[in-house]
Design a protein. Structure first.
Lengths: 628, 239
């Protein structure tokens, strides 16, 4: 299905004009040899251009005949090739070319000339010029007067690509872009049976075809390998070798390789995270293509910010609500994840379904991570969330952890019934461990708490929906006044107690710094809340007393006391001594919700009435009778 | 002369299944649906003789599963020597051929299906040898039914690969209840070209067919139809 889906995408690209025809592909040219209409060499030009102030120079991109699959044999490419093939110039390093490399270059160049002689035949015009130039079999000698030291050094590299410009009506035209030469090259490639394993029935298209013997290596976003390969004995069955094991037509091989190349070249249809590349495509036009990357959590300049969020939600919502017959909603949409191993591309993920269905799953996934930030809904970018949770340092272990976490999140994003990986909760809790955030960086702490709360909320809600976790109340985006779950309320309580301390310190115009409750007691409250309450409550009482004594603090003290009382009233008298990891996730969500609720505008807060006592109820009941 | 028996229905479920795509046999990727070849192997595991072959008629998907990567598993890049090669070495007094797994160890990943359940329908088709001997499919049907009901098998049935064993298999009758009688899942899709089976009449020629799954059911064409019509044998939903 993977290959047949790529073939369908290739057909769409051909019809819409953004995939080159069969036997043609994007290629790079670094050096051009200029030929007169009679085949004389006019000059040699380095056509590379600098890519920015620091980037290495890069050749021009053209559409040229495809590169043949070369393993250990000599197979020339038509109209464009390495210097040893195109010009007979050997590869050389600092010491200069060796006898061996000279001989190899001579053989390669001979094959190149022979292939072009067959292709160009008795045709006139530019074909005759090229044929004449290659007829001598020693193009290097004709080029010698035109080669300086720099060009020689460039042409000594195997990675350099050389092509030709031919004089047509007084103007130099690229040989690969001349229609007559391109047509001849395409016909020659179609007729070439060199890499064919003979006739057979293609297992991808189901039609009779010339079967490809070897599949080419494909490069997508820097990850290179063969998607289909049989280069070990264990892969051969029933006496077949190479492509005979899974007959795929040569044309189909070229088509899927071209489709992969186009997908990998576009950032709007591919994303690389670590060693894994994610590709997505639609077999018919659909708006999901344009928002998929950002919806999943990549970065798209046009879709960043609040306006971008709205655009994503609108696109996903429209697809979700579309009628069954809507072609945009029923268009098959595919997602493929690949990584490289030993020259092969390993399939890590494959998901194909109607665009409307995937849009619904993606929208549900994003909604699970959504939280309320300062009264407005906020959906964090999933990739950004992963980076926030695993961003302690740049050590290699963390980079691979990020890649593994993102790799395990993507399948869950594309299928609503799949639980989220437990690693998500693990990293959400780990992100708030002592020392993760500096004590005097309250904004960094807020961002980290938001990231952890978002991840924990998504994990718990998905676990509840897929029944992999014990049934619990669904966690909303903002503070839930009806949630009486003990871990959730304990998180709210800790947030309120923290606010009491902040308010008391702000009276003196200072911040708590290292004495902040979150620095000293957050992890204790997270794991053993009863113990934390017994230590924090006396401190909170002291801060409340300070607030009540100050004229500017009395209203705050009264308000916070009422909030604390409200939470304690809802707490069950029997508190858990230790919190399990899912309960710790609830704690963090409650903590974040209460912090956000306290940040609401002042008009939302009930003003304190004069003379109201600001003493909170004792917590003996909450701590099972133990002294607070 | 009765050469085709009545259909037998078998319910199978397993935690893992991998019906390897031929083009992705190096780094395995499973088809989304059980192949007729793998379905045939399940019936053969319970009961098979050279006198007949199983012909899968229909596949009902009770649980379609989801593709989950199994990660890198240690395998070998070579093949174990054949029995013929070993016997030749023994008779010739040569050193026995072997497979050094330590030096040929490679990691190969697998994208397999997780938690699948199928209800498979197949019928017995007598081969030329049985027909010549005057055999009757009813005899083999009865043996199969007894063995399947008792949970007997020549080897443990598997879902595509030997190490992905079936958790449970059960003969489906009119009185069946529970999972084996659960309705098929709601799955409608054109699955494109899919491996059908090997045609052993002419070496081992792979056959391809184009299943279309509707309401979780696929009608599998007979081998003769796929062989004769090539790949133009279209499949439709069960009536």
């Amino acid at each position: 299905m993977i290959l047949s889906s790529l073939l369908t995408y290739h057909r769409r690209g051909l019809a819409e004009g953004w995939i080159p025809p069969l036997y043609l592909a994007e290629a790079r040219i670094d050096v051009l040899v200029d030929l007169a209409s009679d085949g004389r060499v006019l000059g040699v030009v380095d056509v590379r251009e600098a890519q920015g102030p620091k980037g290495p120079p890069r050749g021009i991109t053209v559409i040229a005949p495809v590169e043949p699959v070369r393993s250990s044999n000599i197979r020339p490419r038509l109209l464009l090739d390495r210097p040893d093939y195109a010009l007979g110039l050997p590869e050389w390093d600092k010491g200069g070319p060796t006898v061996k490399t000279r001989a190899a270059a001579a053989r390669a160049h001979a094959a190149f000339c022979e292939a072009h002689a067959r292709m160009l035949g008795g045709h006139e015009g530019p074909a005759a010029a090229l044929r004449q130039a290659l007829a001598g079999g020693d193009l290097a000698a004709a080029l010698a007067p035109h080669l300086g030291a720099d060009l020689l050094a460039l042409l000594g590299k195997k990675t350099t690509r050389v092509s030709f410009r031919i004089e047509v009506d007084g103007v130099l035209e690229l040989a690969v872009e001349l229609s007559e030469l391109r047509e001849l090259a395409t016909q020659a490639l179609a007729a070439d049976g060199g890499d064919s394993a003979g006739p057979g029935r293609c297992c991808v298209s189901g039609q009779a075809a010339e079967i490809a013997r070897v599949h080419p290596k494909v490069q997508v976003r820097g990850v290179r390998g063969s998607l289909v390969s049989f280069q070990a004995e264990a892969f051969n069955s029933h006496g077949h070798e190479q492509g005979g094991n899974a007959p795929v037509g040569r044309d189909q091989v070229l088509a899927y390789a071209a489709a992969l190349g186009v997908l990998g070249a576009r950032t709007s249809s591919s994303l690389r995270e670590g060693q894994t590349v994610y590709l997505w495509w639609s077999e018919a036009p659909t708006p999901l293509e344009s928002v998929f990357e950002c919806a999943l959590g990549g970065r798209d300049e046009e879709l960043e910010g609040e306006r971008g969020e709205q655009a994503i939600e609108q696109a996903l919502g429209a697809l979700r609500r579309s009628a069954v017959q809507d072609p945009q909603a029923t268009a098959p949409f595919a997602v493929l994840a690949l990584s490289a191993r030993k020259g092969r591309l390993v399939t890590r993920l494959w998901r194909r379904g109607p665009a409307g269905e995937l849009a619904a799953d993606l929208a549900a996934f994003r909604a699970e991570f959504a939280l309320s930030e300062r009264g407005r809904p906020y959906t964090p970018s999933v990739l950004g969330l992963v980076y926030r949770l695993i961003s302690f340092d740049d050590s290699r272990g963390d980079k691979s952890a990020r890649e593994r976490l993102f790799t395990s999140l993507v399948p869950a994003a594309l299928e609503r019934g799949r639980p989220l990986p437990p690693a998500l909760l693990y990293f959400a809790l780990r992100a708030l461990r002592p020392g993760a955030v500096k004590a005097d960086a309250p904004q960094a702490w807020s961002r980290q708490v938001a990231a952890s709360a978002s991840a924990a909320k998504a994990y718990l809600n998905r676990g509840r929906a897929t029944r992999t976790l014990a049934p619990a109340q669904e966690l909303p985006m903002s503070l839930d006044p009806l949630n009486n779950s003990a871990p959730y309320l304990l998180g709210c309580l800790f947030a309120l107690q923290e606010r009491v301390q902040d308010a008391a310190f702000r009276l003196d115009g200072v911040s708590p710094g290292n004495a902040a409750l979150r620095s000293r007691f957050f992890n204790l409250a997270l794991s053993a809340p009863v113990l934390a309450i017994s230590q924090v409550t006396p401190l909170v009482g002291h801060y409340l007393a300070r607030l009540r004594k100050h004229p500017r603090g009395q209203g705050t003290a009264g308000f916070l006391c009422r909030q604390i009382d409200a939470v304690i009233d809802r707490l069950d008298p029997v508190l858990p001594r230790l919190l399990t990891p899912p309960e710790q996730g609830e704690f963090i969500v409650g903590y974040h919700h209460q912090r956000q609720a306290l940040m609401r505008p002042a008009t939302d807060l009930r003003p304190a009435t004069a003379g109201e006592t600001a003493t909170p109820r004792p917590l003996e009941q909450a701590t099972n009778g133990e002294a607070a | 002369m009765y050469t085709v028996g009545q259909s037998q229905m078998l319910y199978v479920e397993g935690p893992w299944a991998c019906f390897t795509r031929p083009e992705f046999k190096a780094e395995r990727v499973s088809y989304d649906l059980i192949t007729p070849s793998a379905a045939r192997a399940l019936f053969e595991a319970v009961y098979w003789k050279p006198a007949f072959r199983w012909e899968v008629g229909a596949i009902e998907v009770v649980r379609r599963g989801r593709l989950v990567p199994l990660g890198g598993r240690c395998e070998v890049s070579g093949k174990a020597p054949s029995a013929t090669a070993v016997l030749r070495a023994l008779r010739g007094g040569q050193s026995l051929p072997g497979l050094d797994s330590a030096s040929q160890r490679v990691l190969r990943s697998t994208l397999a299906l997780r938690e699948v359940a199928y209800r498979l329908t197949a019928s017995i088709r007598l081969t030329d040898a049985a027909v010549a001997a005057g055999d009757h499919p009813g005899k083999h049907q009865a043996i199969f039914a007894r063995r399947a009901a008792a949970g007997q098998a020549f080897h443990h049935p598997y879902l595509g690969q030997r190490e992905l064993a079936v958790r449970r298999f059960e003969l489906v009758t009119r009185q069946s209840q529970g999972d084996s009688a659960a309705p098929a899942c709601n799955w409608n899709e054109d699955l494109g070209p899919m491996f059908y089976d090997f045609d052993y009449a002419d070496g081992a020629t792979p056959l391809v067919y184009f299943p279309r799954i509707e309401a979780g059911c696929v009608a599998v064409p007979p081998l003769d139809a796929v062989r004769a019509a090539g790949t133009s044998a279209a499949c439709g939903a069960l009536p």
